[in-house]
Design a binder for this molecule. Sequence first.
Ligand code: UD1
Ligand code: CA
Length: 453
Amino acid sequence: MIKRFAIVLAAGKGTRMKSDLYKVLHPVCGKPMVQHIVDQLEQCQIDEMVTIVGHGAEKVKGHLGERTQYALQAEQLGTGHAVMQAEQMLKNKQGITMVVCGDTPLLTRETMDALIEHHESTNAKATILTAYTNEPTGYGRVLRDSAGTVEKIVEQKDASEVEKQVKEINTGTYCFDNETLFEALKRVGNNNTQGEYYLPDVIEILQKDGEIVAAYQTEDFHETIGVNDRVALSQAEKWMKKRINEKWMREGVSFIDPEQTYISPDVTIGKDTTLHPGTVLLGETIIGERCQIGPHTEVKNSKIGDETVVKQSVVHSSLVGNWVAIGPFSHLRPETTLADHVRVGNFVELKKMSMGQGSKASHLSYLGDAEIGASVNVGCGSITVNYDGEKKYLTKIEDGAFIGCNSNLIAPVTVGKGSYVAAGSTITDNVPQESLAIARERQSNKEGYVKKK
Ligand code: UD1
Ligand code: CA
């Protein structure tokens, strides 16, 4: 097997983004651009991956972790100079090196594979991935001779008026013979409008050397969009959203309005689930089958079972069972676990807690740091008082207990199995099982008071 190497260019600041966030970390459909690239590359059987970092190096490394090696480009002197930084790691190694920009988030592994295949089948020393577009402004143009052979790439800023008319663009993705690449890079100069060492200049150098230089043209320009500013970022978002949503529609998921449904690439959704407008599914969320999600609901890094309904709610880092009803207007904060047939309703906030099968908290409650058993009814306005200003404490409510409206359960405290807490109680002591706890002032009526006054 021929070895495969990959170099990801991610050192640029992204001046045109006008942002404090480094360009390749800007998210598209909830995931940083450079992470999209690394995720796709990982599926292409790459033996060694080197990411070139510079601006925001630590942040980029923080996102990508150990999945790739890194080379630092201390000064951003151009894409050719960036690739040079990987020389120490890759020189004298035999194989194919794919170079990909960290700002082309829509590129798929299928296209990367097709590029490698084309490169291998043509025996080329270099193959560029190109695309056609009616709006080529900003991209490098691919110049071919009358026989159609690629001669060179000219950057927008260096192009003549005639060259600017060319509609075939350099997508910024290439395959090279590894040793040839680093040898040719030594001969790239910076005598151009931007005073930068351009990677695409390698193409002309190899062409003039008489080497085989090939081009593989993808039919889908959208897939190759390079994100240099916020306008392109929003286009990338739109196209990726369309790609993701249509994939799920083909898998049997209904979208009431795909334009207004936002799903991250690593989400999975079961068939016959319906997503209503304003649904945002983020991170590594898993949604079961036959669910109704939304309208206006955000679910992040959570797992939701089958036939569960979540309306106008926020669910983060939580585990939700089957046949659960959430919302409208519920907030599940991290580490919430809801068993099957649980119901949580309007203005109920849950945090680091669990609720057993069939339990309910239908209105206006805060339940944090709590273990609630099965078939428990938490009345309207009940609160687990979990915090004394320094530490958090646990509330336990055992199976079948009934918590009357507007109760405060001052933790640490346990309400025993099958017990009742009278409405309006402030519970400071454990309640034994099968008891009634009343902890409030008795009512006294002053009869005739109004007349006397
Ligand atoms: C580049 C190509 C252009 C192509 C386009 C496709 C060059 C000279 N031009 O232009 O032909 O049509 O991509 O999207 O290569 N980077 C570094 N270090 C640097 C400079 C850039 O790591 O010194 C990284 C950036 O972070 C970015 C990528 O390389 O991820 C591309 O750089 P960018 O400045 O966006 O190049 P373009 O002008 O878009
Ligand atoms: Ca770019």
